[in-house]
Each structure stands twice: as structure tokens, then as C-alpha cells.
Design a protein around this ligand. Structure first.
Ligand code: FMN
Length: 217
């Protein structure tokens, strides 16, 4: 059975646009998927991952052969979250933009799963991801506009390129992103974003169904 890991980061529950559109995407992926699909929900707002504290950092930087029970305990959540990633055939990450980048709970998740010697290796030449690639679908919700091309006073999206970069670092390069903007500007803007989302979701789910079939042949 295929597994879809669905990660959500908004604290706004039913009022959240990223959660609402993320759910629509998961429903459509489920509908287009050829066989049974198990969805694992990881709600980062309901259960925020711990920030890396001293015991985590020391354990993460210690060679695996030297780690004991204390270090295993410090890395237990990290191992659980990485195992969830490794077991997923595809990921959906829906998230708000907070101050031009990822919300703190999503950064905490990243700090748990992007681990030297475990999900990437580092050398003088750079970093190399250790996870097998798989499709990742991002849904990003912004209250304001993101002008393209950038304007002197317009905001810059550091979230989407950052997520692409950091996921690429651990080997996840097959990333498709949907950015919903101006959601705080009124019903008209929300309706426009919803229409754009519906089109994007249809194309993304159709693309995934194609990739999926290809992989099984
Ligand atoms: C702490 C905080 C920081 C925010 N920073 C930004 C920002 O930098 N740019 C932006 O467009 N919207 C910003 N917003 C607005 C949210 O991105 C917007 O409300 C979005 O819809 C939240 O996603 P959600 O609807 O899924 O909760 C911010 C909201 C909060 C609470």
C-alpha cells in the first residue's frame, strides 16, 4: 500500500487556508491514485516538535558508534520523524508564511529531520542527500502579495525557495509548489486563490498519477 505523509503547520485550524487547500490536494491525490493509499497526518501545530537543545545537538554530532541510551533518547523524536519520511511514497506540506519564511513549528521539524550523517552527508564539495527522492507537494499561504518580478517595496518569498533548498539537501528534489497570495485582502482575492489552487491541484494530481503508474511498470 502506498503512503502519503501529510504535514500541516498552520495554528489556525478550520480558519486556515493552507490546511483547507492541503486537504483538497490530499483528497485529489487519493482520488487519482490507482490503489489503496494510506494517509499519515503529522500536525505540527497540534504537536510542535522540540527545538534542538544541547542534548540533541551533542547526540547528533557524536559518531553513531559512541552513542548510548542518553543519546538515543535525545534523538528519538528525530528518528521517528525521519522514519515517517522514509516510509512515505509522497509528501504534502501545507504551511503559512510567517515573516517571509517558514513558521517556527515547521523549522523545528526541519531541524529534526535534516541531520548530518543520517539524512545528508557533508564534505568540502558540499552536502549530499541520503533519502530516496519522492514527490513533495508544497502549499504555501501568504496574507500579502508576492510581486513577480520583485519590486522595491514588495515582499520577497524566502519560504518556497528555502523549503526547496533544504528538502533538496536531504535528497528530496522532486518538489512542486503552490503559493497562495493576498489571502488577507478579502473575499475576491481568496476566490482567485481558490480558483488557481483548483487548477494546480488537478494538474499536480494528474502528474502524480502518471509518475505513479510509471514507477509500477
Ligand atoms: C506571525 C505571522 C507572520 C506573518 N507573516 C507574513 C508574511 O511575512 N507575509 C505574508 O504574506 N503574510 C504573513 N502572515 C499572514 C499569513 O501568512 C496568512 O494569514 C496565511 O493565510 C496564514 O496561513 P493559514 O491561513 O494557513 O493559517 C503572517 C501571519 C502571522 C500570524
Amino acid at each position: 500500500m502506498s503512503v502519503l505523509l501529510h504535514i500541516s503547520a498552520s495554528t489556525r485550524g478550520d480558519a486556515s487556508h493552507s490546511r483547507r487547500i492541503g486537504r483538497q490536494l490530499v483528497d485529489e491525490l487519493q482520488r487519482r491514485h490507482g490503489g489503496p493509499l494510506r494517509v499519515i497526518a503529522r500536525d505540527l501545530a497540534a504537536q510542535p516538535p522540540a527545538y534542538p537543545d544541547r542534548s540533541f545537538v551533542e547526540a547528533a554530532l557524536m559518531p553513531q558508534a559512541q552513542r548510548g541510551a542518553t543519546q538515543a533518547e535525545a534523538l528519538a523524536l528525530s528518528e521517528e520523524l525521519i522514519a515517517e519520511l522514509e516510509g512515505a511514497d509522497a509528501l504534502v506540506i501545507d504551511t503559512p508564511m510567517h515573516n517571509f519564511t517558514v513558521p517556527a513549528v515547521l523549522k523545528a521539524w526541519i531541524d529534526q529531520v535534516v541531520r548530518i550523517g543520517r539524512t545528508f552527508v557533508s564534505s568540502r564539495e558540499g552536502k549530499e542527500g541520503l533519502l530516496q527522492d519522492r514527490p513533495v507537494f508544497l502549499v504555501v499561504a501568504c496574507g500579502g502579495a508576492v510581486p513577480e518580478p520583485p519590486t522595491p517595496s514588495g515582499q520577497i518569498d524566502f519560504l518556497t525557495p528555502y523549503l526547496r533548498y533544504v528538502l533538496g539537501t536531504i535528497g528530496l528534489r522532486n518538489v512542486s509548489a503552490l503559493r497562495l497570495t493576498s489571502l488577507a485582502r478579502g473575499a475576491g482575492e481568496i476566490a482567485q486563490a481558490d480558483a488557481h489552487a483548483a487548477e494546480w491541484i488537478a494538474a499536480a494530481a494528474a502528474g502524480w498519477a502518471g509518475q505513479d503508474r510509471h514507477r509500477k511498470i
